[in-house]
Write a protein that binds this ligand. Sequence first.
Ligand SMILES: [Zn+2]
Length: 185
Amino acid sequence: MMSGENTIIDNENISSGPDPDHATVKFVASNDKDLKYLTQAVEEAYIGVECGDGGPFGAVIVRNNEIVVSCHNMVYKYKDPTAHAEIVAIREACKKLKEIKLSECEIYASCEPCPMCCGAIHLSRLKRLVYGAKAEAAVAIGFNSCIVNGVKGIELFNKSNLEIVKLDASIAEQVFHNTKEKLSL
Ligand SMILES: [Zn+2]
């Protein structure tokens, strides 16, 4: 990745990209680790709904290949519309690490972060974002459409070195189908 540029690695388009060899190497190198932590974020999404804490969204922050925090959406529990999984994870990770910069950490989100969470990800200096479902999958079951375009829709996107990976993980999309009966949207 060149300094000053963002990289989005979309594994759904990996074989048809302009530089498939380069992209394939990145995909293979990161696949096992990324899938492991994304799976953890997806499990958090289910746990959050089961507990009644919030919507079906999970986020995990990892440093040096170790989980720092594993969180889910807490909007219902905290009565706080900003308590998205990524925000909760950033707050808890900063508290735990006693830092306000998470530049050595990566965040795994079960779903594409909304504009608010993308802003928080940039502010906290996280070095890498990996997400599973597209935000449109959440909107399709009734979540507010203002959550889309977080990754690409903010000006900050063009100003940071954040590496962004969209994993092609159907488990992340399935969360919405599997939990929608339990949600009151
Ligand atoms: Zn959010």
